[in-house]
Design a protein around this ligand. Structure first.
Ligand code: RTP
Ligand code: MG
Length: 136
């Protein structure tokens, strides 16, 4: 089942120069390919749409502020079961709970600054790809 997913390398990944390391892990997965990639600073409107499901939660405001604090790398990854696959490479949300070998487990610090976003379902992927790469 070929899928597409939206991946964001969060501002901490860019600041800590982990972009190459993280993209390398995605590229090494056989059969997956990167079909769009861009460095961009996200505005609050885009972030409010992207993380709208969390509005009202205590971590929402600091999350939006963090995600707007510097450029992110946005990419589209295409391949076999890539939605589930990139989530598995990333590891669980909380880096402390994430196993070594996963991106968050190897490099994550605190739960908010966990380096990577990846769409969590087909519905999310469709919505997020439209938001970030409408022309794609
Ligand atoms: P993401 O949406 O960024 O891919 O991450 P996720 O699915 O693993 O986690 P989610 O529950 O959707 O949370 C979105 C992002 O909000 C930050 N967060 N902070 N308690 C906290 O301080 C807290 N909880 C979540 C993280 O950056 C998380 O990835
Ligand atoms: Mg999420």
């Amino acid at each position: 089942m070929t899928q597409r997913t939206l991946v964001l390398l969060k501002p901490d990944a860019v600041r800590r120069a982990l972009v190459g390391e993280i993209i390398g892990r995605i590229e090494r997965k056989a059969g997956w390919s990167i079909t769009a990639l861009e460095l961009r600073t996200l505005d609050e409107g885009t972030l409010e749409q992207h993380y709208g499901e969390h509005k009202g939660r205590p971590f929402y405001e600091p999350l939006i502020e963090f995600m707007a604090s510097g450029p992110v790398v946005a990419l589209v990854v295409e391949g076999e079961r890539v939605i589930e696959g990139v989530r598995a490479l990333a590891g669980p949300t909380d880096p402390i709970a994430a196993a070594p070998g996963s991106i968050r487990g190897d490099f994550g610090t605190i739960v908010r600054e966990n380096l990577i976003h990846a769409s969590d379902s087909e519905e999310s992927a469709i919505r997020e790809l439209k938001l970030f790469f409408p022309e794609h």
